[in-house]
Each structure stands twice: as C-alpha cells, then as structure tokens.
Design a protein around this ligand. Structure first.
Ligand SMILES: [Zn+2]
Length: 252
C-alpha cells in the first residue's frame, strides 16, 4: 500500500529548495517520521496551517524511495497561546527537540505522542510554562527508560541521608555523601526531590496546584539541564536561546 494515515504532531519544519519543506512528525501510530511537504511554503498552499510546528494534524502520507511525502493533511488542533508568548514557544520548542533527539525514526511510542499533546495543550493555557516543561521532561525520561534514580544512591545503593543530597547526571541520579566525592554532582534539597517525584506521579492537569519555591525551580533547572545534556550530548537550542534572553534581563 503506497498511502497510509497517521495522526501526528509537527515537531519541526525545515526549508528545502523551492517552496518545499521537510517536516519531522511524531505520530501516534509510527513514532517519528520525516516527510516532504511539497509546495507548502507557497502563500496559496491550503496545507500551510496544518504543517506548522506544534500543530496536531491528520496526515495521509505517500511512501517514497527516500522520504515519504504528504498527500493530504488536515489540522486537528492548534495552540495559538504558544505563538503569542515567547517563553511558551521556546518551551514547546524544547519539548520538540527532546523528542526529536531521544527517539528513533519509526519506533512507535503512543504514550509519548499523548504526552506531547497534553503538554502543548497545557503550555497553551498555563501561567507557569517552566513547570509544565519540567513535567514533560520527567515523564519523557520515564517513558524512554532514562528516569534518574531519586530514592537511594545510584552508585552504591546506600541511603541518601541529610537535608541536601547530590545529583549526578553521569551516575544517573542521587548519590550519597560518600559517593558524591567521586561522582561530583549538583546540590539537591529534599524538597526538590519531592517535587520531581510529584511531577512524575501526577497528571499534568493537577500540576498548577503545586507551589514550587524559586530555589527548588533553580535546582530542578540545573539538574534537568545537566541530565538532559548528558543524554542528548548538547543542550536544546531553545534552552540555549532562553539563557541568552535571560542574560539581558535584570535580576534573573
Ligand atoms: Zn553511594
């Protein structure tokens, strides 16, 4: 069969020659797929809206020798709140980059698809996009088998005592004071560990009830950056851009 249907989120879109684009989709049925979208950059193209990054779209795809291409598409869900807010847009970009970097082409992950859509919906309306992004990071790590160890020491299995633990990206989670010497790591309060575990266990529609202190946010930001960077081999471009913007803001 030369044609097949998928429901997918557009993760990103790259310009090709003429008015063509290469899209990276994350589909419910087949995981990540790269496809050619012919002529969509033309102002008259009726497919334009449905192929924008972060759209959730029904695609009819045609198999090709190298890349499959879009035969038909119809946008199902859009998130106008992302376009109107730079922070939200950057966090959505970060979500897309994480999925692109950490999943393989054609490896189906229906759970990841559902979580991306939930995250985009929440980012669209939330007043706290950073916490929504942290929720997605924790959930994605769990779904892909990269979840950091947050109970006992990941190095020796011993108890992690005291109000402040250390988190080592290289070791894969919390380390006890004895192991921290060799594994290094970032300071991580008990409260921060508790919030990370809550993000893992709660559904996204409950997280706006969480009250998270600035120091906890700061620690989670540092921990997740180091941890994701360890797995992705680089920080997402969206977070790099956010860092650059924040360096111009007074008091951040
Ligand atoms: Zn240890």
């Amino acid at each position: 069969m030369k044609l097949y249907k998928v429901l997918a989120v557009v993760l990103n879109s790259r310009q090709m020659r003429d008015a063509h684009r290469i899209l990276t989709l994350f589909s419910k049925e087949r995981g990540k797929i790269k496809v050619v979208a012919h002529g969509v950059a033309k102002p008259t193209s009726r497919k334009r809206g449905a192929v924008q990054p972060f759209s959730v779209t029904d695609f009819l795809l045609r198999r090709g020798r190298e890349l499959d291409s879009i035969s038909q598409c119809e946008g199902r869900e859009f998130f106008p709140g992302l376009v109107a807010d730079l922070d939200k847009m950057l966090y959505a970009g970060h979500v897309a980059e994480l999925v692109d970097a950490l999943t393989m082409d054609g490896d189906p992950h229906g759970d990841v698809f559902v979580h991306i859509v939930k995250t985009l919906r929440e980012l669209d309306k939330t007043a706290d996009p950073e916490l929504v992004a942290r929720w997605f990071e924790m959930q994605l790590m769990a779904m892909l088998g990269y979840l950091p160890g947050l109970s006992s020491c990941v190095n020796c299995g011993g108890q992690v005592n005291g109000p402040i633990a250390r988190f080592s990206a290289r070791a894969g989670g919390l380390v006890c004071s004895r192991c921290a010497g060799s594994a290094g790591g970032i300071s991580c309060n008990r409260g921060t560990v508790a919030v990370m575990q809550t993000l893992l266990n709660w559904d996204i529609n409950k997280i706006n009830r969480l009250r998270v202190s600035q120091s906890c946010r700061f620690q989670m930001r540092a921990i997740m950056r180091e941890y994701l960077q360890w797995h992705m081999e680089k920080l997402s471009r969206s977070l790099q851009f956010m860092d650059k913007l924040n360096s111009f803001k007074p008091g951040v």
